[in-house]
Design a protein. Structure first.
Ligand code: HEM
Ligand code: FES
Lengths: 307, 260
């Protein structure tokens, strides 16, 4: 048993198409960083060089070019080869048709099965389906003493239950300059990589109250700290130390029938000023670790779907 | 020394099932061809690391299949079902332990095997593609580790996966898409667990098995390399064709005693 029969001799000279192919791929990669048109150009170069490369490679062995090759060489093919070739040519029309038909039909059937399956596996993650956006009722305003943070845990999605329990640090800022109620509602997940940040300061566990699924524990933090990689934030959620790339995420709020109701989750670039006077640069919800402002934000094209 | 008639009879009876199978399937011949190959005279123990990795994978696959009989991939029962495996089900602690420690062993063996092929220069012509397949296997193996780590659904599992998914999210451009695919919702939840379970026990192992098949095919076809200090080459006889490109002198020619 030898493998020699599987290998054809390499007789042709060097081709330039592989180089074109490589240039095309390089162009795609650079384009990904620089601009979309460069990607398209790269893709075009890649496809054209690829097709020509295959054509050239196939041309040296293909039955059709055989005669032309002979003419160039000025030699005659061995009788056995010629006979085999003749037989091949004889049935070429029908065999070729059947081959193409089999491959074509197989391809269509394969695509009909795989494309929907892949779509089913991948697309639902991006449509935001199944993501509950119901506002969460956190209970009466009396539970939020002015000027103090309250560790508030609540169920994010009724369908998912306890596994969707989230934590927000909520401070009642009293009335703003425009006489509107003001709350600072900071989401507990670190904007480095998503660990739960903790309030650094005394917790008043004995003053904990509950409202339906919601638990409320007053706390007096000097800032927030992350247990995972030492990220630290001030009481507005601005980063003071460690790896995080932006300020802590927040929630919008509304007041319905004297109850505080949690609104949309959003991401924050930075916060200037404090409490009711804070100026918050607000962006759509983004993944932790992702820049929302500055040049780097162009590296992260999608916000969290359903947000 | 002539065999006694009785000896010959016993031998024939013993070989009969093999002959019977061989005549109908040819599988005995193929198995011999698969197992009794020519290898260089001076192969050493380092060249068994690939087989060790394969064994570790088989251990994972077999123990994993049986863990799947008792494991329940939903947030309300995953943790309990694993406590049940460890503490209640007969021998559950052993099989889970094999799977859990075997997972680390599998990854370590992959790295050692890779180091061997690298240091022996075994990634060079004509084995480049086997290196490429090996790299894909390494990535798939680590993906197995990542998806499997969520399944116990305890605090370590949960937060490690939060951080892992968010690390994915920070990759430029593709990051948020990958993270979103893995997470399947706004936060890690029931969908994430089910998806990781399916990836962990069906999708990725399927891919790994297919790639191991290709990897082994190439090993059989090309033979193993002799160590770098070797004076002889081995493996199946090389085809006559010269390698493409100007590589003359870069490959060792098999000496006549080593060819078959
Ligand atoms: C190929 C390499 C594999 C690796 C590296 C791997 C790795 C892991 C890891 C790290 C865990 C977490 C174990 C723990 O902390 O207890 C796990 C759990 C699990 N794996 Fe795998 N696994 C592999 C193959 C498989 C296969 C083939 C199956 C099933 C067909 C499977 C089924 C499971 C199940 C059911 C669990 C949950 C039980 C448990 O956590 O103890 N695994 N795996
Ligand atoms: S996750 Fe908070 S510092 Fe890394």
């Amino acid at each position: 048993m030898t493998d020699a029969a599987d290998n054809e001799e390499e007789t042709r000279g060097h081709s330039l198409w592989p180089i074109g192919f490589a240039i095309g791929v390089a162009c795609i990669l650079i384009g990904l960083v620089v601009s979309w048109p460069a990607v398209l150009l790269g893709a075009a170069i890649t496809i054209v060089s690829g097709v020509l490369w295959i054509r050239e490679a196939a041309g040296t062995h293909g039955p059709v070019d055989f005669a032309a090759g002979d003419a160039l060489d000025g030699g005659t093919p061995s009788p056995a080869l010629a006979a085999a070739e003749g037989q091949h040519l004889e049935t070429h029309g029908r065999a070729g048709f059947l081959t193409l038909a089999t491959i074509g039909l197989g391809g269509v059937i394969g695509a009909a099965v795989t494309l929907p399956s892949i779509g089913f596996a991948v697309l639902p993650s991006f449509t935001g389906e199944g993501i509950e956006t119901n506002p969460v009722d956190l209970g009466p305003l009396e539970n939020f003493p002015e000027g103090m943070f309250v560790i508030t845990t609540f169920i994010g999605s009724k369908d998912q239950g306890e596994v969707s329990r989230r934590t927000a640090y909520i401070r009642n800022n009293g009335l703003s300059a425009a006489n509107d109620p003001s709350f600072t509602i900071i989401y507990s997940r670190c904007v480095h990589l998503g660990c739960p940040v903790q309030p650094n300061g005394p917790k008043f566990e004995d003053k904990m109250v509950t409202y339906r699924d919601v638990t409320l524990t007053p706390v007096q933090p000097a800032g927030f700290g992350c247990p995972c990689h030492g990220g630290a934030y001030d009481t507005e959620g601005n980063r003071t130390a460690g790896p995080p790339v932006r300020s802590l995420d927040r929630y919008a709020f509304s007041i319905v029938d004297g109850n505080l109701v949690l609104g949309k989750h959003f991401s924050v670039g930075t916060v200037e000023g404090t409490a009711a006077d804070a100026k918050i640069s607000r962006y759509g919800q983004a993944y932790p670790g992702v820049h929302v402002d500055g040049l780097e934000r162009w590296l992260y094209p999608i916000p969290v779907p359903g947000a | 020394m002539a065999k006694s008639a009785r000896q010959a009879q016993i031998e024939k009876a013993a070989l009969y099932p093999l002959d019977w199978t061989e005549e109908r399937t040819g599988l005995v011949g193929y198995t011999k061809w698969f197992l009794f190959r020519h290898v260089p005279r001076d192969v050493n123990w380092m060249q068994t690391l690939g087989a060790a990795t394969l064994t570790a994978f088989l251990v994972q696959a077999i123990t994993g299949v049986f863990l799947a009989m008792y494991y329940k991939p939903d947030p309300n029962s995953a943790y309990e079902s694993i406590q049940n495996i460890s503490n209640e089900v007969t021998l559950g602690w052993l099989v889970r332990g094999m799977h859990k420690w075997g997972a680390s062993l599998f990854i370590i063996l992959m790295f050692l095997h890779m180091a061997r092929t690298f240091l022996f220069g075994a990634y060079k012509y004509p084995r480049e593609l086997n290196w490429v397949i090996g790299v894909l296997l390494l990535v798939a193996g680590m993906a197995e580790g990542f998806t499997g780590y969520l399944l116990p659904w305890d605090q370590t599992a949960y937060w490690a996966t939060v951080v892992g998914i968010n690390i994915n999210a920070t990759a430029p451009f593709a990051g948020p898409f990958i993270a979103q695919f893995l997470q399947g919702g706004a936060q890690i939840g029931p969908d994430t667990l089910a998806k990781f379970y399916s990836l962990h026990m069906l999708v990725i192992p399927g891919g790994i098995m297919a790639m191991i098949g290709l990897h082994m095919y190439l090993v059989l076809r090309l033979g193993v390399t002799s160590p770098p200090w070797s004076k002889t080459a081995a493996g199946r006889p090389r085809p006559d064709a010269e390698p493409t490109g100007d590589r003359t002198g870069l490959t060792r020619e098999p000496s006549s005693e080593e060819t078959s």
